[in-house]
Design a protein around this ligand. Sequence first.
Ligand SMILES: Cc1cc2nc3c(=O)[nH]c(=O)nc-3n(C[C@H](O)[C@H](O)[C@H](O)COP(=O)(O)O)c2cc1C
Length: 353
Amino acid sequence: MDPSELDVSELEQLAAERLDPLGYSYVFRGSGDEVTLADNVAAWQRLKLRPHVLRDVSAVTTATTVLGTSVGTPVLVAPTAMHRFASPDGELATARAAAAVGTLMVVSMAATFSLEEIAKVAPGAPHWQQMYMVRDRGLTRALAERTRDAGYQAIVATVDGAAVPLRRGLEGGVLVPPPDFRFPNLAPPALADSSDLIGMISETDPAMSFDDLASFGEWSGLPVVVKGVVRGDDAARCVDAGAAAIAVSNHGGRQLDGCVATADALADVVDAVGGRAEVYVDGGIRNGRDVTKALALGARAVMVGRPIVWALAAFGEDGVRGVVRRLTTDLERTMAFCGAASLDDLTRDLVTR
Ligand SMILES: Cc1cc2nc3c(=O)[nH]c(=O)nc-3n(C[C@H](O)[C@H](O)[C@H](O)COP(=O)(O)O)c2cc1C
């Protein structure tokens, strides 16, 4: 079976059958009452398209750039932890697939392979490294420097982790990873084989403020994407503090439950940023229509989280290639229906409530 012929919902179903119970809970579920988890998907569906007709769409292209890096599709791979739940090759398989389909992978700080190993299996492909500011600033700094040395193009600083969420389906609301998982990016070198993820995450610094954002760039010399913003006023302050891009995200409904859906938060952020930085969005994006709506509202690119992990669990590397291809061909089809030959033609008037 060619995975690119499957809808994301079909990959979701296959992944549900293939992940073990712990992996299932970790990947599929959200925090609190899972209101935000569901609303992220529903909010894209609530938006409707107002297609143009009679425009020449004989050649549709999805190529664009993100922070100056060329990509063949605006569908990027969101940072998601622990791809070993989905495949023994984990992030190595994801990275090879992302490179093959011309997209960019954001590597999680809690990846189960090191950022250097990931870069090595996909030479020449663009990578960004996601990180949290942990209490031990030396640790964060060391990771920022490794990111630069490995040739990554940007740092994605996730800022929606001010408290430890209670996740559904996990004992005590917190994941205890399998003992054989390694976290070579998260752990200090001396603890590289530790699976004490809970300890590491609780070290995320709740004292972090706008003033700390610049550190990521100073340590790495790389542009900084701030991920986890859902308000225009905060987005503007991040840009004032030097952010090169804002990723509108509520962490896929895994942090603050009851948080506004990202489809409903996006336009406010785009307006507040006013072209001073790029804006991306993730959360609940499941088909090319959702991507079209996001770009029409002003996002430069989208990131997908669970669909990538589902595809990896269902078909390994082939699955990840397939899901990105599927989302991209569906985007092309929707663009043609909307009279858009390039991503620049996706303007806000195409969307209504
Ligand atoms: C299994 C899983 C692990 C995740 N791990 C991280 C992470 O390590 N760092 C991070 O910034 N976001 C993480 N996220 C959030 C994603 O980057 C993204 O915001 C979210 O998945 C988007 O929603 P979607 O799953 O509906 O596409 C994770 C999400 C999932 C589902």
